[in-house]
Write a new protein. Structure first.
Length: 197
C-alpha cells in the first residue's frame, strides 16, 4: 500500500516516474471514485473530479516534499472539489426544494467533517439500516416511500390520504433523527437509496 511517509517513492514521482504514478492511480482511483459518487450522486462528474485530482498531482509533483502523504493529498483535493460542487448545488436548490436542500446541507456537513479514514461501506450500511428502524412508524413509512420507491410528495400524500404538508413534516423529522443517529458516521442521506435498494 502506498501510504505514509514515502521519501524514495516521492522522489520517483518528482522525477516523473510514470510507472509509479500508474501504481498510485491504480490503488486510489476506485476508492476516491466511490467516495465522490456517493456524495455527488453523479458518476461522470465524480470520475472527472478524481481524474482532475490525479492530473493536479502530476502537475505539482516537482513541488512535493519527501514526507508528502499522497493518499491525503489526493483525498483532500477530491473532498474539496466535492464540497465546492455541493455548495453550488445548494445555491440553486435553496429557493426551490426545501427538503432536497436540507439533504444536501447534511451531505456537505458530513463530508466536511470526515478525514481520510472513512468507514467501511458495509459497516455504514448496517448503521443506516439500524437508524431507519428507529424512526417513528409514520416517519419511516414516508421516508421509505420517498427515498426507496422514489415517489413524489404528492404521490405519497395521495396514497396515504394525508396532506403534502404532513408528508414534508414527516420527511423533515426523519432527516433530523437520522442526522442525529448517524452524526458520527460517513454519511448520510445520499447513501440510503444506493445501499438499501
Amino acid at each position: 500500500m502506498l501510504t505514509g511517509s514515502m521519501s524514495k517513492h516521492i522522489l520517483s514521482l518528482v522525477e516523473g516516474n510514470k510507472e509509479y504514478f500508474r501504481n498510485i492511480f491504480n490503488e486510489y482511483f476506485q476508492p476516491l471514485c466511490h467516495l465522490s459518487i456517493h456524495y455527488l450522486n453523479d458518476e461522470e462528474e465524480a470520475k472527472e473530479i478524481v481524474q482532475d485530482a490525479f492530473l493536479k498531482l502530476w502537475e505539482k509533483r516537482e513541488e512535493l516534499n519527501p514526507d508528502s502523504n499522497l493518499k491525503n493529498f489526493l483525498f483532500t483535493l477530491v473532498k474539496n472539489n466535492c464540497l465546492n460542487i455541493i455548495k453550488r448545488r445548494q445555491v440553486v436548490l435553496k429557493h426551490h426544494e426545501k427538503i432536497k436542500w436540507m439533504e444536501m446541507h447534511y451531505q456537505y456537513e458530513s463530508l466536511f467533517r470526515i478525514d481520510d479514514n472513512y468507514l467501511n461501506f458495509e459497516e455504514l450500511k448496517d448503521k443506516i439500516e439500524q437508524a431507519i428502524e428507529k424512526l417513528p412508524k409514520n416517519c419511516r413509512l414516508v421516508f421509505e416511500m420517498s427515498r426507496f420507491e422514489e415517489l413524489k410528495n404528492r404521490e405519497i400524500a395521495e396514497q396515504l390520504g394525508i396532506s403534502q404538508k404532513t408528508v414534508e413534516a414527516h420527511l423533515t423529522k426523519a432527516l433530523k433523527i437520522l442526522r442525529k443517529e448517524l452524526k458520527d458516521y460517513l454519511p448520510v442521506i445520499v447513501l440510503f437509496s444506493n445501499f438499501l435498494n
